[in-house]
Ligand binder design. Structure first.
Ligand SMILES: [Zn+2]
Length: 106
């Protein structure tokens, strides 16, 4: 059985917050990835942690994540309407051409 990634951090602290929340919900999440080193050698997004759970805990973990509903947690990656570059979830302008981020769908 392989573990399932239920959350990929969009910032340096999200992963810890999510892991702590899932633990408080009685689950046994694992935080993978860490912040030390490697910056500049790989895309920053890849150096942020992700949260994993055992397959049996996935439904409960996803339900718990929905309860979190922090504004940061609902932000997703986006695509720049002008140049097609993938925007960072936390940025409000395109890193490539400085176009403004389109509104969230819905
Ligand atoms: Zn752009």
């Amino acid at each position: 059985l392989s573990w399932i990634c239920v959350y990929r951090a969009t910032g340096p602290t999200d992963g810890f917050l999510v892991r702590d929340w899932l633990q408080r919900c009685g689950l046994h999440p694992q935080l993978r990835g860490d912040l030390s080193g490697l910056r500049g050698e790989i895309p920053i997004r890849e150096s942020w942690p992700s949260v994993w759970v055992a397959p049996g805990e996935e439904p409960a973990a996803r339900a718990a994540l929905r309860q979190l509903e922090g504004p940061r947690l609902v932000r997703t990656a986006w695509t720049c309407p002008r140049c097609g570059a993938e925007g960072e979830p936390d940025f409000d302008a395109c890193w490539n051409c400085d176009a403004e981020r389109p509104p969230e769908p819905g």
